[in-house]
Design a protein around this ligand. Structure first.
Ligand SMILES: [Fe+2]
Ligand SMILES: [Fe+2]
Length: 170
């Protein structure tokens, strides 16, 4: 006997399948963004040289665990929505701005790259929040919490950039 889930079951109901599939696509993009951020924050928590790079390196090192946690949350939600979490064969890199600079003392390059990555996440998560607003309160709630983390990350790095701007170095 086929189970027909009624629309009273919200986003998990059978008649919401098209919206659910679109949502899984948006969540998959978010998952990749987090995974790529983890890779590049590992890179940039290690490469930079110099006394002033230390603060940036340490703060990226802390963020790695947080971004990994975000990736795991997005992956879990994909499964809950009857999707399948992809493997690395489907991965396409997009964060060229976080590639190592020519000189490893160029910390402004790293700071600007982090701000760009966080801005990309903020834009995509705002879209996810808008998309789920009426149809999926659980994903909506989850992404709102993640968005706050990303806004906090960006604000911290904007502060670092201000210091360099004040000295005419950025
Ligand atoms: Fe994140
Ligand atoms: Fe972040």
């Amino acid at each position: 006997m086929a189970t027909v889930r009624s629309s009273s079951e919200g986003i998990l109901s059978d008649d919401r399948r098209p919206q659910r599939e679109e949502l899984i696509g948006l969540l998959t993009k978010a998952y990749w963004m987090e995974i790529e951020t983890v890779m590049n924050y590992v890179t940039n928590s290690i490469n930079p040289d110099g006394v002033r790079a230390q603060e940036v390196r340490e703060s990226l090192e802390e963020d790695i665990q947080e971004e990994l946690g975000h990736a795991q949350q997005f992956a879990t939600r994909i499964k809950e929505l009857y999707g399948v979490v992809p493997s690395s064969v489907d991965f396409t890199a997009e964060q060229s701005f976080l590639a190592p600079p020519e000189h490893q003392t160029d910390i402004v390059h790293v700071i600007k790259g982090v701000i760009e990555a966080e801005t990309g996440a903020i834009e995509h998560y705002n879209r996810l929040i808008e998309f789920t607003d009426e149809i999926d309160p659980v994903t909506n709630d989850m992404v709102i919490a993640i968005l706050r983390d990303e806004e906090g990350h960006r604000r911290l790095f904007e502060g670092y950039l201000r210091e360099y701007e004040a000295e005419g170095l950025a």
